[in-house]
Design a protein around this ligand. Structure first.
Ligand code: ASP
Length: 441
């Protein structure tokens, strides 16, 4: 039997009225058998997310401060959901022993994981499904990657093809069997793992937007939704700052060639965005680019030295100095007598002076300076390499907008062109590129 794995994010399980929509979605397609849920999220702007309250309680308990107030909010939230859906109080009664565990000094990960745990317990009861605790089968290594054995173990857990399973997202266990969470937003990863373990034909990720947008809606007014995008493109977009779903959630399904569809729980008929290994011919023909993404807060360390190109190992030594100080770099454009390295501001913090001294001492450049307040903007698209005139379009759009381009880099993946501009020109650059490629292609 073909099965679909579905993951519902925090806003989809935030309250009873949302869970009714979830039920309707599950019932609308009998192939939706593997369900993964987040902890209840925001019901309205400014509302507290359950996970944040859990972290807060844990911190307060560690400081031996009374947790009554935040804990009451957690309890009330679950009690309201259970009450409004007419569920029993078995799950709620477990909250008392959790409270004792918090006061007794449980781990931070255990505390945070209870949002998903109780959420999945309630959803399983409501949908008449079987609750799956990922601590039984999902092994997360110390470095945050997934132990391959987890797929087999979870697959066995989902063995009944007609069974309806509800698994808690966001956590698994470590080698010692203790609860271990992913990074924030990690239920997306759990959903991808469940999809692969179950051999699902599709991984549906249900959220509160109708797919991934071609540009940041805070910069471009009403950007178009991406109908179809490849795994490679989405990784580039996420890396360059597009807030799509968790970028680590792509690998488990990509390796198994399971497509992902991003859907909106509040508008289930909207097509959303399909993320696939191989774009359909129509998509490649219809769109020159997949989207535009960008990040601010970069600095560029610029060095000049005559005959630099003749000095073997110059770049190696420069990057070695960065490595010694634990600084990772984004890009490293070079020319005959100059080389520069672009790094995130956060990486440089407190290290500027030592780096400059060290570079001067070891490499004796003719000039050395750090240019601050740079933004990087990426135009991403698989079809770009085969299309004539993309670069020309990018640079004429930026010229028309009066944006000075400080750095140009065609990513090694040949799927993006990245330009570095002054941070003050960032929004202008994104808008100009969007207009050139999407509004007036
Ligand atoms: N509840 C967790 C968080 O808020 C994980 C998730 O929702 O994906 O980060």
């Amino acid at each position: 039997m073909e099965r679909i794995a579905v993951k519902f994010g925090g806003s989809s399980v935030a309250e009873a009225s949302q869970l009714k929509k979830v039920k309707a979605i599950i019932e609308a397609d009998p192939r939706r058998r593997i369900i993964v849920v987040s902890a209840p999220g925001q019901r309205y702007a400014g509302d507290a997310k359950l996970t944040d309250l859990l972290y807060l309680c844990h911190k307060m308990a560690m400081l031996a401060t009374a947790i009554d107030e935040p804990f009451a909010l957690i309890r009330r939230r679950f009690a309201e959901i259970a009450g409004d859906l007419g569920l029993g109080d078995r799950t709620l009664s477990e909250l008392d022993s959790f409270r004792a565990a918090l006061i007794g000094g449980c781990s931070r990960d255990f505390a945070a994981s209870r949002g998903e745990y109780f959420s999945a317990r309630l959803v399983a009861e409501y949908l008449g499904g079987e609750f799956v605790d990922p601590v039984e089968a999902l092994l997360i290594r110390a470095n945050g990657t997934i132990d391959e054995d987890s797929y087999r173990a979870l697959g066995a857990r989902f063995s009944r093809q007609d069974g309806l399973y509800v698994m808690a997202g966001f956590y698994g266990r470590d080698r010692l069997g203790q609860v271990k969470t992913f990074s924030r937003g990690g239920s997306d990863i759990s959903g991808a793992i469940a999809a692969r373990a179950a051999g699902a034909i599709l991984y549906e990720n249900w959220t509160d937007t109708s797919g991934i947008l071609m540009a940041d809606p805070r910069i471009v007014k009403n950007p178009q939704t991406i109908a179809e995008i490849s795994f490679r493109e989405i990784r580039e977009m996420a890396y360059m700052g597009a807030s799509v779903f968790h970028d680590e959630a792509i690998l488990p399904v990509r390796e198994a060639a399971i497509p992902i569809r991003i859907k909106n729980t509040n508008r289930p008929d909207d097509p959303g965005t399909l993320i696939t290994g191989r774009l359909s011919a129509g998509t490649i023909a219809a769109t020159e680019i997949a989207g535009i993404a960008g990040r601010k807060d970069f600095s560029m360390i610029c060095l000049e030295k005559s005959l630099l190109n003749k000095e073997v190992g110059f770049a190696h030594r420069l990057l070695g100095i960065l490595r010694e100080h634990g600084v990772s770099f984004e890009q490293c454009p070079s020319s005959i007598d100059a080389i520069s390295v672009i790094v995130e501001d956060a990486q440089l913090q407190g290290l500027e002076e030592v780096l400059v001294d060290e570079i001067r001492r070891q490499l004796q450049p003719d000039s050395l300076f750090i240019e601050k307040n740079l933004a990087l903007v990426a135009v991403v698209g698989e079809g770009m390499v085969r299309t004539v005139g993309i670069a020309a379009k990018i640079f004429s759009a930026l010229k028309e907008a009066g944006v000075n381009v400080r750095v140009i880099n065609q990513g090694a993946s040949e799927m993006n062109i990245i330009v570095g501009v002054a941070a003050t020109d960032y929004q202008k650059a994104v808008r100009a590129l969007y207009t050139a490629f999407v509004d007036n292609p």
